[in-house]
Design a protein around this ligand. Structure first.
Ligand code: Z5A
Length: 210
């Protein structure tokens, strides 16, 4: 059985973390070897980068290109230290965010140069793409309301304007339209259980382990 990289994407509060946990339990119950990881912060170095990236805005200003480079550095380390070795061992990797996040947030959200982003994504990954990307599609306001309900303080990116988050959402929609074989939209406004059942169906159809 070969390893697979399954990425979960979407705006804040779309339910990635909840769905990854449900998916992990389900795959483990089938005897599939699963690893959970995330970007930024899937390695020890990445945890330091995550703190730098997501601390509250009033602490330390980060220039937009610096932010882009820090996400790329986190990804380069993650690919080498976590993704490639686990794929080589035949594991199913459930990854919270990957290259589509950079395209959506830094490309569509921050309006940074898209070909620069593509080049950096390539340098960081050596061309490693997801086997499947699950895009949990929820309205920006719904996602942010979920986050505000569950956490005391919003991080640096959550504090951005609604217009920023809506551009990010449009970015995901365009990516899903451009790569329909690999990026699968799911209505993230359904209940967590309903979303999980849809994901089970997609994984059964797309990835064979039985
Ligand atoms: N970022 C970037 O800009 N560029 C990049 O290249 C990368 C990342 C890789 C990382 O955040 C930040 O980095 C992110 C983009 C940026 N922006 N911010 N901030 P993250 O991914 O670690 O955190 P997040 O995006 O804010 O997601 P999260 O906190 O992990 O939320 P979530 O995983 O989408 O949702 P959740 O934790 O599963 O659920 C949130 C709440 O909603 C919780 O109370 C749940 O109980 C509830 N929930 C979940 N599902 C449902 C359903 N279906 N119905 C109702 N309520 C639900």
């Amino acid at each position: 059985m070969g390893g697979k990289l399954i990425v979960f994407e979407g705006v804040e509060g779309c339910g990635k973390t909840s769905q990854m946990q449900l998916c992990q339990e389900w795959l483990q119950s089938l005897g599939v070897p699963v690893v959970l990881t995330r970007e930024p912060g899937g390695t020890e170095l990445g945890l330091d980068l995550r703190r730098l990236l997501l601390e509250k805005a009033d602490n330390k200003p980060i220039a937009e290109v610096t932010e882009l480079l820090l996400y790329a550095a986190d990804r380069a380390q993650h690919v080498e230290q976590e993704l490639k070795p686990n794929l080589a061992q035949g594991k199913y990797i459930l990854c919270d965010r990957y290259i589509e996040s950079t395209i959506a947030y830094q490309g569509f959200g921050r309006l940074l140069n898209m070909s620069l982003i593509d080049q950096l994504n390539y340098i960081a990954t050596g061309g490693l793409q997801s086997d499947l990307t699950i895009w949990l599609d929820v309205d920006v306001e719904v996602g942010l309301a979920r986050k505000r309900g569950s956490e005391a303080a919003l991080d640096r990116i959550e504090q951005e304007t609604i217009a920023f988050h809506q551009r990010v959402q449009q970015g995901y929609a365009q990516l899903a339209a451009a790569y329909p074989e690999r990026i699968i939209p799911i209505d993230g406004s359904l209940s967590a259980l309903e979303v999980h059942q849809i994901i089970q169906g997609i994984l059964r159809d797309r990835l064979s382990w039985e």
